[in-house]
Design a protein around this ligand. Structure first.
Ligand SMILES: [Zn+2]
Ligand SMILES: [Zn+2]
Length: 318
C-alpha cells in the first residue's frame, strides 16, 4: 500500500510502499477514505512532540471503511489505554500514562490502509461525506472537550481560528453563546470566515474584544496568548489551552490571574467526549469546510496548514 511516513524530526514525510497491515485480535483492518491534518502533526514533524519508533505513519483523524464489512468508522487520536490505572478507572482515560496515540505511537491514516483497536473507533454519522467527517475526529472532539471546560460561559473567545474553532463556533452559537474570534493580525479572510459562521465579533489576537469574555480557548500554539486571553476574561473566567504544545508562556503580573481566573490545559480526549460530540454534530448540524489533498501531497497540506493558506481544515484523501 502507499503511505506517507515520518522518519525523523525536521524532515518531510516520505512516500513509501508498505505491506498492507494485518489486524490482530480485537482490531479492524481499515481502508482509509479520508484523514484530517491536525496542528499536532506539525508538532510531531517539528520534534516538539515525540513520535514512537519511526518510521511511523502519521494521521489521527481517520474515516475508513472496515474491510469485508459494510460499515464506516472514525479513528481518533486516542488509540489505546490500559483500562486499569487510576485515570482509566475514574473516567479520565485521556490522562492514562500508558495511553497510545494514533499516528504517533500507532500507525495512522496517511496511508491506504490502517489497523485500529475496535474499542476506540466511533461510528461516523451517516449524513457526512468522508472528507467532511474527518475534521470532526480531532478538531471536533478535542475542541468539544475544550468547550465543555468553559462551563456555561456566555461569551467565549477563540484564539486561533482554524479547524477546531470553525467547528466549535457552530456548536457554541447553537448553544446560544456569543463567539469572539481572534486571528493573526491582518487575516481579514479568516475574520470574515468567522463572522460568516456566526461569530459576534472577529479581530486580531493583539486586539481587546469589545466585551469582556467569560471564557477563552487558545488553539494557536503561542504562549503569549495566555496573558492576552487572561486580560480579556472577567473575574472568575477560564482560559483553556486546547493544543498539545505551546511556545513558552511569558511571565505576567499576578493581577491578570487575580479575581479567581483559571488557566487550564485540555489533554487528548475520552471515548465519552467522542460519543457526545459525534451525536451532537449532525443535530446542529455542524458543517466542516475542507480542502482536500491526495496522499502524495501530505507535505503540501502540512505546509499550507503552517502558513494558514486555507480556511477550515485540510484532509488527505488517499
Ligand atoms: Zn489532532
Ligand atoms: Zn490507564
Amino acid at each position: 500500500m502507499r503511505a506517507m511516513v515520518f522518519e525523523a524530526p525536521g524532515r518531510p514525510l516520505r512516500p513509501v510502499e508498505l505491506g498492507r497491515p494485518a489486524a490482530g485480535p480485537g482490531e479492524l483492518l481499515l481502508s482509509v477514505r479520508a484523514c484530517g491534518v491536525c496542528r499536532t502533526d506539525l508538532h510531531l514533524l517539528d520534534g516538539e512532540v515525540p513520535v514512537s519508533d519511526p518510521p511511523r505513519v502519521l494521521g489521527h483523524q481517520i474515516v475508513a471503511d472496515v474491510v469485508g464489512e459494510n460499515r464506516r468508522v472514525g479513528v481518533p487520536w486516542l488509540g489505546w489505554t490500559c483500562g486499569r490505572c487510576r485515570y482509566c478507572l475514574s473516567g479520565r482515560e485521556n490522562l492514562c500514562p500508558d495511553a497510545r496515540f494514533t499516528g504517533c505511537d500507532i500507525d495512522g491514516g496517511f496511508a491506504e490502509y490502517a489497523v485500529a483497536d475496535e474499542r476506540y473507533c466511533f461510528p461516523i454519522p451517516a449524513g457526512y461525506p468522508d472528507a467532511q467527517a474527518a475534521p470532526l475526529l480531532c478538531a471536533g472532539l478535542i475542541g468539544y472537550r475544550s468547550l465543555r471546560m468553559c462551563g456555561d460561559a456566555g461569551r467565549i473567545g477563540f484564539y486561533g481560528f482554524g479547524a477546531a474553532a470553525h467547528i466549535l463556533t457552530q456548536v457554541a452559537v447553537a448553544e446560544g453563546r456569543e463567539v469572539y474570534a481572534f486571528t493573526r493580525a491582518g487575516d481579514e479572510e479568516g475574520q470574515e470566515f468567522a463572522r460568516g459562521l456566526g461569530a459576534a465579533w472577529a479581530g486580531a489576537s493583539d486586539q481587546a474584544p469589545p466585551e469582556q469574555l467569560d471564557a477563552a480557548i487558545i488553539f494557536a500554539p503561542v504562549g503569549a496568548l495566555v496573558p492576552a486571553a487572561l486580560a480579556a476574561v472577567v473575574p472568575g473566567g477560564t482560559v483553556v489551552c486546547g493544543g498539545i504544545h505551546m511556545s513558552e508562556i511569558p511571565a505576567f503580573s499576578y493581577d491578570l490571574l487575580w479575581g479567581e481566573r483559571t488557566i487550564r490545559s485540555v489533554a487528548n480526549l475520552t471515548r465519552a467526549d467522542g460519543e457526545q460530540m459525534l451525536a451532537l454534530a449532525p443535530e446542529i448540524p455542524v458543517e466542516t469546510a475542507v480542502t482536500t489533498y491526495p496522499l502524495e501531497a501530505a507535505n503540501e497540506a502540512l505546509e499550507d496548514l503552517r502558513a494558514g493558506r486555507f480556511l477550515g481544515a485540510a484532509v488527505i484523501v488517499p
